[in-house]
Ligand binder design. Structure first.
Ligand SMILES: [Zn+2]
Length: 876
């Protein structure tokens, strides 16, 4: 599953919310062998009825009671053979009193007749209404994690694997798709019956059904159908967005050492989907928001990554199934890591390294601002809470570290063994360790102990000095996450014990003209040292003084680093280190040192560095130096050929809140950029230019006018640009005009993507508004909180969570109580804590903050002038 809707800006530190408790799989009365759903949909009534037949092979004799999960299903009868069974259904579970107790290994088939009206979860009816008359009519399901019980009675946990069959009757104009193969179709009056059969075992949460008037785009891999289903008229977008699927199937079949295991692979893009994607066995559902138009393909890689992610799950998740949610990192970590593997194959090593760095960063942000938890834990309120940045991105980092430990050859051998030995079975974390040991002889328990079974990661501070007399390089590594320095080194539970390669780099003999070729033959002398104490110093005898130091060569370990090297070393590393991630670390360290020298170097790198990812980072760091000279350096980046760099430059410019910036941004918006994202970033940044600096800033009216124009004219793909304008307006916190515009776009009928941004932005803009306007915002959010659609609720919570008034809490609490969605509940609870904290910072503090900003700005002016004078003096 791809879960892209978690808000990671939170401040409390405990993962476990009040009410969290241990969760275990239930006792198993027997093995479920087969599930057969025979359903008739009534789409106008948003209801369905039918039979769920479950064949179960009892594990022992004498069982006379079965308990199935069945939420809000109207159970009409339960039969075994022709015999009616007594049952009791309380809206949560279905208890069946067996007429005849089981006999061990004598399978029985239980046939449950039931109906459902307007299901709350599990199966979703989507269709046009008066506000959105063009919305397509669709039905789709979402089982993960424990929602299949909302659409059929089942033993709803991933530890039970069974074959499945879905026969479904729908109006003739619709197509119905499900897991496995289509074994028959039949016309029935005005209806049509589709009969799908999945002959490989899988868990209930991966059973799916999608119904709609879809266009079908056919492709194939080694004779197996690879089809894309989208709303009609989006055929070209479908091909553009999913067209690499056959190559990906080939690639993952190879990487995982197991040919794609199912009879077909279908991807269905559905409307209003509540996740990014869901890897139902052989039938992935994707949000239609991932469909790209031509212009969006320029700099959107998200869709390609999403397609790779869900496809990789067909092995990690669907073929090899987790036994319990607590081990979900095994599949989500690998699906996320597969995005990196695919990036490597498709775009090369540097792109993959940068992708990996950003995966690590998502986790690091969650860890520092939200909570820290072990990756494997069975203590939670709802399993869906586990689907966070620890599960996905940290999981990916762990797979990457396993690969670093084993080397490529043994890593893939281990992965092949794991997949082959556990195909069509369930696994826990220990099974991965065992497969690694079986395939390679290596025991990686030490790594799992440090990164999987406990929370956290090492925060390294690395200092370097050179002793020219004895030709010794001294490197001091401090693990700053270890709080107590007096504690016995090595004994603290926070210390990490890892073997880390440290490289000493030399400039190429001749300065090659082409820097990238100089980097491809790096001159690195590498030593591997065991870093296992809070602070350690290492001495390395070297023939010559190195130009730079590369800590953790290859950047394999999940960590943070603070580099304490001299400017010369950082400059050399930024230029010559073959690893883009190391160059990025050097850029960060250099910016931290500040000064004109750093601005000069980073400006040069922004123009010369061949890899776009480093240029993106350099743009972000240039602006952090807080010297006026950074502006010029940045502006040159507006001409970068890579849209992702231009976007980063624009974002950075937004932090320099001057009239000059305003003019640069206005020029981008007026001329337009090839990329939607660059235009959106310009609109957002422009809103920010009104803040601070009364003498230099553009007028509020000017900015509102520009952004209003964007809102009027820049409709387009996923409303990216216009959403940028709304987010820009939200920066103008004291403007009533801006607020009025935002409010207007929260009206029903506004294109969904734009409306969601507007709702969220109400919170952003709220903090500078008058009391009267604050009440208007609260009232609007309270109205919106009554809407039941998941994404609306997420936006309402995100908006409220940014507010600084306790009045937001009441709305959040009532939303948390009423929402059927565990993710919304969790977000709302966390938002309450955030608002409580925000509300504490009263007006006086805000006043101080503003004054401080003003002082900082004045200081920056002085510093910039001084640096100029110094530079001049040196020249003289
Ligand atoms: Zn996933």
């Amino acid at each position: 599953m791809s879960n892209t809707y978690f808000d990671s800006e939170n401040n409390h530190k405990s993962f476990e919310m009040p009410g969290a408790r241990p969760h275990y799989n239930p006792d198993r009365p027997g093995q479920v062998e087969h599930i057969f759903l025979d359903l008739v949909l009534n789409i106008p009534k948003q209801s369905f009825r039918g039979t769920c037949s479950i064949r179960i092979n009892p594990v022992r004799s004498g069982i006379d009671k079965l308990t199935l999960d069945a939420v809000n299903l109207n159970i009409e009868s339960v039969k075994v053979g022709e015999t009616e069974q007594n049952f009791d259904s309380d809206g949560e579970v279905l208890q069946i009193q067996l007429h005849e107790p089981t006999e061990a290994y004598q399978p029985i088939t239980i046939a449950i007749n039931y109906s459902v009206e307007k299901p709350q979860r599990g199966l979703y009816f989507v269709g046009p209404d008066k506000n959105y008359p063009d919305k397509p009519t669709q039905v789709w399901t979402q089982g993960e994690d424990e929602d299949s019980r909302f659409w059929f009675p089942c033993f709803d946990y991933p530890g039970q694997l069974a074959t499945s069959e879905i026969r479904v009757q729908v109006p003739r104009q619709f197509f119905a798709i499900s897991n496995g193969e289509l074994i028959s179709t039949k016309n029935e009056g005005d209806d049509k019956i589709y009969h799908w059969s999945q002959t490989q075992v899988h868990p209930t949460y991966l059973m799916t059904l999608a119904v709609g008037d879809f266009a079908e785009i056919k492709d194939e891999w080694h004779g197996k159908p690879v089809n894309y289903y989208v709303e009609r008229r989006r055929e070209a977008d479908a091909k553009r967005s999913m067209g690499k699927t056959p190559q990906m199937i080939e690639f993952f079949s190879e990487a995982f050492g197991y040919p794609y295991p199912f009879p077909k692979y279908a991807q269905v893009c559905v409307d209003d989907f509540i996740f990014g994607g869901m890897e139902n066995t052989s039938t992935t559902l994707l949000t239609d928001r991932c469909l790209l138009d031509e212009r969006a393909t320029l700099d959107n890689r998200g869709t390609e990554s999403l397609v790779a992610h869900e496809l990789a799950h067909q092995w990690f998740g669907d073929l090899v199934v987790i036994k319990h949610w607590s081990h979900a990192w095994l599949k989500e970590g690998m699906a996320s890591y597969s995005e990196v593997l695919w990036t490597d194959k498709e775009y090369g090593k540097e792109d993959a390294a940068y992708y990996m760095l950003n995966e690590a960063r998502s986790y690091l942000t969650e860890d520092s601002s939200r909570y820290r938890r072990p990756m494997v834990t069975h203590v939670y309120r709802e399993a869906i809470e586990l689907y966070d940045r620890h599960l996905y991105e940290k999981g990916a980092c762990v797979y990457h570290m396993i690969r670093a430990e084993l080397g490529d050859e043994l890593f893939y051998k281990a992965i092949h063994t794991f997949v082959r030995d556990n195909a069509h079975k369930t696994v826990e974390t220990i099974d991965l360790l065992r497969a690694i040991e079986k395939a390679t002889g290596r025991n990686l328990m030490f790594l799992f102990d440090q990164y999987v079974y406990r929370g956290g990661h090492p925060d390294y501070k690395v200092a370097y000095s050179w002793d020219g007399d004895s030709k010794l390089a001294k490197v001091t590594v401090t693990q700053t996450q270890v709080k107590d320095s007096k504690n016995d080194n090595g004994n603290s539970k926070d210390v990490f014990d890892l073997k880390i390669p440290i490289g000493f780099g030399y400039k190429p003999e001749k300065e090659a003209d082409d820097e990238s070729s100089a980097r491809s033959t790096p001159n690195l002398k590498t030593f591997t040292v065991r870093v296992y104490e809070r602070e350690q110093s290492f001495y390395f005898p070297l023939e010559e003084k190195p130009a730079f130091i590369s800590f953790d060569v290859g950047n394999k370990y999940l960590k943070t680093v603070a580099l304490e090297y001299g400017v010369a070393e950082l400059k050399a590393q930024l230029q010559f280190d073959p690893d883009p991630v190391s160059r990025i670390y050097a850029a960060h360290a250099l910016a931290k040192k500040g000064g004109l020298e750093a601005v000069k170097t980073l400006s040069e790198v922004l123009n010369k560095e061949p890899f776009w990812g480093v240029r993106v980072e350099v743009a972000g760091q240039l602006v952090e130096i807080k010297l006026d000279q950074a502006f010029e350096g940045l502006v040159s980046g507006l001409r970068d050929k890579d849209a992702r760099v231009r976007r980063a430059v624009v974002g950075a410019l937004g932090k320099i809140k001057t009239h000059e910036t305003f003019k640069a941004l206005r020029s981008i918006l007026e001329k337009g950029d090839a990329s939607y994202y660059v235009e959106a970033a310009a609109a957002i940044a422009m809103g920010g230019t009104v803040a601070a600096n009364p003498d230099e800033k553009p007028s509020e009216e000017q900015v509102v006018k520009e952004l209003k124009l964007v809102l009027k004219e820049r409709q387009g793909w996923n409303e990216i640009v216009r959403s940028g304008a709304i987010a820009g307006l939200a920066q103008m916190k004291t403007s009533e005009d801006a607020l009025n515009l935002i409010l207007k776009y929260t009206a029903a009928g506004t294109p969904q993507a734009l409306r969601l941004t507007a709702i969220r932005s109400l919170g952003t803009i709220s903090t500078g508004q008058t009391k009267v306007n604050l009440e208007r915002i609260l009232q609007r959010l309270a109205e919106l909180s009554k809407e039941t659609f998941f994404l609306t609720q997420v936006s309402v919570v995100a908006g409220l969570g940014q507010m600084e008034t306790r009045k937001a809490i009441r709305i959040l609490r009532s939303l948390a109580d009423q929402t059927p969605d565990g993710r919304v509940r969790r977000m709302a609870d966390e938002a309450v804590q955030r608002v409580q904290k925000n509300a504490g910072s009263d007006a006086a503090v805000k006043q101080l903050r503003e004054e401080l900003d003003q002082v900082k700005k004045e200081n920056q002016d002085l510093k910039s002038r001084m640096e100029n004078l110094e530079a001049k003096a040196k020249k003289d």
